[in-house]
Each structure stands twice: as C-alpha cells, then as structure tokens.
Design a protein around this ligand. Structure first.
Ligand SMILES: Cc1ncc(COP(=O)(O)O)c(C=O)c1O
Length: 377
C-alpha cells in the first residue's frame, strides 16, 4: 500500500453520517446537501443535451460555451478569468485535487486553515506534501499575524483560503482581503481560494480573486454543487492564469478526461434561469440561518453568526466535553446527528457543526432536542 494513503482516514463527516443509519428515526443535520431540487431550467437542459446526443467526450477543459458563461459570471463578481483560463472539473473536489497535484511538490509545506474542509489536509497528505495549519481568530476570520509568522518560519509558497467557510460560515471581509493581499504580494506566494460557497454570501462578497494585480498569484476553485443545489451531478471549475492551467490540465486530463458532457450542457442551457432559483434558495438559507442562530443564542450557547454557506459552528467548550462525546451522546441518547468539530481539524474540538440546509421543521425539532440535551449535561 501507498503509505501516504494509509495515513489518511475517511472524512469524519461521512463517518458520522454513516453512524446515523444505526439509530432508528434519528434526525440528521450532517451533510452539506441543500434540500432544493435541481433548477428546472438545468434539468430541462440536461434532457435537451441528451436528446441532442451531446454524449461524447468534450474537450478536456470542458465545453467552450459553458467556460465563456462562467467567465462572464465571474466577471460580474469582479473576477477576471478568460474562457481559456477556466477548466470544468468533476465537482470542486476534483478541482482541489488537480490543482494541488499540479502545483505542490512532494515534501512541500502548504498553509491550510486550522478549522476547515477536511479534503485540504488529506489531499496534501496523499500527494506526499505537508499541511501546516494557520490559526483563525475567535470569529473564524484570518489571523494575519499567525499566517505571516508561519510563512516566514516554514518558507511557505502556497496557502489555501476558504471563504465562505465550511464549517464556520465565516466570509472574507474587505479589511482582511487587503491584509492577506499584502502578504501574498510581499512573499510572492500562491493562494488557492476555495469558493464553492461564494454564491451563498449573506453580507457583501469579497474575494482575493478580485484583486487584479494578484492575478498570477491566485487560483480559484468554484462549482455548482451548492450554487444550483446539484451535488450529485458533479460539476465544478478552476480559474487560473495560463501558466498554471497548462500544468493543471495535465493532471485533469489523465485523471478524468473531462466532466460529464450532458451536465455541462445542461448548466449552460439553464444558467440564466437557474440564477433566479439561486436567489430564492439564498433567501431561504438566510431565514434558516436566523432561525438557528437566534435559537442557539436564546439557549446561551456561544456561537458566531454565520455570514455565508449553510453551516453554523457553535462552541461547547463551556460544557467540558469533547466534540466527539457530545455528538455521540446527542445521537445515541437524543437521536440527533450533528458533526463533531474535530472532523474539521484538531482546532475544531470544542465545537459542533449544524448544517442548516434541512427543512425548517427538522431544524425546529433539532433545536428543541439541543435545548433539552444541554440542560441535562
Ligand atoms: C469547502 C468545500 N470545498 C469543496 C467542496 C467540494 O465540492 P463538490 O461537491 O463540488 O466536489 C465542498 C463540499 O462540501 C466544500 O464544503
């Protein structure tokens, strides 16, 4: 066996999701899977593509009309990547894997958030590189001093930024964008910005990719899994300057050839109308965010108000119990499944993640259970 792979464990989110099946009638708030159907315009687009027999391999980078549409969509957000600087991937996941495999050298240390999406750490381990975590502030924003200290200490050349964040729901502020841009420039490092949730920002959206003078330092990962509620249809994309894209394309090509043709066409045909669905989904997530946040606050649970994505990450530090014990008790004693915070890194111990992309009824029921549960521990 490849020793690097043996060192890696399957994601704690999945592990917990699988445990839920052992508990009859449990409510699960574990997955990042919006509860909306795929927008009708995209469904119709996929059927149309199938009927038109658009079922062959596409170019490795993906169909040009969709890359052009993604390019103009990003432009509307202040981010400039030409169609040729975009590669359509099999979800954000393949995007992350292809970029990290193409850019990071064996043994190289890469900065990742101390509380973050588990794939960063594990992909880096699989490709024989070394994740080094940077701390976040108490409100889950970037701890710029810690980042700079680690860049200097470890001679870091690459950093992963992840806003809006899974699991914390934090977003990048204008002020932090300025500060991190300065560091990227000063040390001439590459930032990989994972923006799979960028369409779900409930305050002003800022991205490091909007800083034009840093074009050669930024690689953008985006996708439609969350944006158009189509997690199982597996389409994401990478935006990168040609000098990087040239290398990324080699990994992408030998790994997957191309993303599924009819789904690419379906998104292209349905894009404009699906943006209206996105507005609706976003409004609904804001309502659910407020519902969950206000209830947790009323229970005097310490929690930071999320500003993006559809997760909330309450602290349980005051109960003196590990995240794992808290979530296991909650599941086995009260039939409610949430993800232990340490599934997102050691620094996540003392927190748990609620995915609030479930129905309001389930959320209300779950919050009643949490209220009861904390009164007993
Ligand atoms: C932060 C983050 N990045 C990337 C991904 C992967 O997205 P996809 O399902 O498009 O592969 C996820 C999925 O949950 C995520 O939370």
């Amino acid at each position: 066996m490849n020793k690097n792979v043996e060192k890696v464990e399957i994601s704690g989110i999945r592990k917990f999701f699988n445990l839920v099946n052992e508990v009859d009638g449990a409510i699960s708030l574990t997955l990042g899977q919006p509860d909306f159907n795929v927008p009708e315009s995209i469904k119709a687009g996929i059927v149309k593509a199938l009927e038109e027999n658009k079922t062959e391999y596409t170019s490795n980078a993906g169909i040009l009309p969709l890359r052009e549409r993604i390019s103009s969509y990003l432009e509307s957000l202040g981010i400039s990547f030409l169609a040729d600087e975009i590669c359509i991937t099999i979800g954000g996941s393949e995007g992350l894997y292809s970029v990290l495999s193409a850019l990071v050298e064996p043994g190289e240390k890469v900065l990742i958030p101390a509380i973050g999406y588990p794939a960063y750490e594990n992909i880096l381990k699989i490709i024989d590189s070394e994740p080094v975590t940077y701390n976040l502030n108490e409100d889950f924003t970037l701890n710029i001093e810690d980042i700079e200290g680690k860049i200097k200490k470890y001679g870091i050349r690459k950093i992963i930024l992840s806003y809006p964040s899974n699991p914390t729901g934090a977003i990048l502020s204008l002020e932090d964008r300025k500060k991190i841009a300065e560091l990227i420039k000063k040390y001439d490092i590459i930032a990989l910005t994972d923006e799979i949730y960028s369409s779900l920002c409930y305050d002003e959206y800022y991205s490091i990719a909007q800083v034009k003078e840093l074009k050669d330092n930024i690689i953008y990962i985006g996708g439609f899994s969350k944006m158009f509620s189509m997690t199982g249809l597996r389409i994401g994309f990478i935006g990168a300057a040609s000098k990087y894209m040239k290398e990324i394309m080699k990994v992408h090509q030998y790994n997957v050839s191309c993303a599924p043709s009819i789904i690419q066409w379906g998104i292209y045909y349905g894009f404009d109308l699906a943006l209206e669905d996105l507005d609706r989904m976003k409004k609904s997530f804001v309502e659910r965010r407020d519902l969950v946040y206000n209830r947790l606050k009323s229970m005097e649970i310490e929690v930071v108000k999320p500003k993006g994505a559809f997760y909330i990450f309450p602290s349980i530090k005051k109960y003196n119990i590990s995240s794992k014990d808290f979530c296991e008790k909650l599941l086995f004693e009260k039939k409610l499944a949430c993800v232990p915070g340490d599934a997102f890194g050691v620094a996540g111990d003392g927190f748990f993640r609620i995915s609030y992309c479930y129905s309001k009824e389930s959320l209300i029921e779950a919050l009643d259970i949490i209220e009861q549960f904390i009164s007993e521990i």
